[in-house]
Design a protein around this ligand. Sequence first.
Ligand SMILES: [Cu+2]
Length: 495
Amino acid sequence: MSLRMNRRSFLSMTAFASLAATPVGRTLAQTPGAPSALKPLRIVKRTIEVNRRSASVYGLLGPDGRPGLTFTEGEEFRVRLVNESGEPTTVHWHGLTPPWAADGVADAPLPLIGVGETREYGFPVGSAGTHWMHAHTLQEQALLAAPLIVRDRRPADEQEVVVLLHDFSFTPAEELLARLTGGSGHVGMNHGAMGHGVMSPMPAMSEHAGQGAPVSGHAGHGVPAMAMDVNDVEYDAYLANDRTLDDPEVVRLDKGGRVRVRIINGATATGFTIDTGRVEARLVAVDGQPVVPVPGRLFPVTMGQRIDLVLEMPKDDQSVPILALRENAPERTGIILATAGAQVGKLATTGAGKGPLLDLAVERHLRAAAPLAPRAANRTITTELQGTMEGYAWSQSGFDRPAPVRKGERVAITMRNTSMMAHPMHLHGHRFQVIGIDGTQIAGAVRDTVLVTPGSTVTVAFEADNAGTFAFHCHHLYHMAAGMMGFITYDGISG
Ligand SMILES: [Cu+2]
């Protein structure tokens, strides 16, 4: 396979095999100026308590022993990543635009990080924003995910709260996937790496893939045409910073103080709506990129996406729950912001009603605060997002092989969703701007993950300025595992 050939040539070219720790990206000697120290980041196994049961999960622990990493804009991403988890894995820096070698998808280009292996990274961290890091394998389900925050160089007069949302099951991800596929063998997995839940770089062909899966009906259950499927997996819990809402994190803040809540939807198969309750918030950034502020109390955030909300704490003693409502279901999670003297009441893990269906109403109105320079696309890639719950086979047409682009091009990707589920589509190595929804041109948000709801068409555009073979896929973990996984590739990199 071309990707593997490419990896071999890449490895021999840089002679990585002779080094104790694998340097990835800009080598350390090339770093200009006085190099700052490498930040340690450990992939570990840890035990947390969920619903009063102990759960063995992964963790990504930074220099202070807490989850994740924090940088300041303009800094170098200088990280020494050590895999202490006892399992081979890989970590993707979701939202950063590193050189291809540092991207963190298995065999694109580097292999999994072996047990006990160390990798050293060095590349510019880029502009400020709320990002995250996660395994690009089924291990993501077991909380192999953490925040990756790039702070503004001139900090605003605001306090910062980071919330990583997740969906949690005591059932292993491999079994959840097997239940969904019904053992139909439609899963685009590399069987040699199955035990580690590693995605194949190329989706496996199946008799259902590429046929233009039917849109009408739902597996013969008599559901009307274009009926939507929403939640593929019923989880045991929904977590915010590893905790359920009946035992939430409580963050004490100053009365009347301004706070920036950085919300990361790290769930693998759950969309949420953030509910700020009585307190109005302003949506100021999506996927780490600033937008013209949007006031409101309800904000959608699908899998892989981030939103930054700015709000002012009440001037008297009050608590402000920041809830994440599960899409089309009563379950909820969240954290509590509270002034020093505020009483914090008990909150149930289910609400009175269902969380809203995620749609594109907010997306349509988002305007990038720092849009791409106006430019016509040199190339348009068109893909149909296809699949059915029957057999659980998912695909994106035209991506049976990596889609070619050329360095320097402005590339547009038009995605038409003919399936009955929404797909959060994520491009690695680049940020795109949403430039069209259902035929209407917009100067929409710059981001890296966009939701394409059933029946809708979304067009994004990006600058082809980071050569490599980068993943372009659905961020629903089980859709990705079942075939909704492709690549874009630059001339001369792979084909
Ligand atoms: Cu999907």
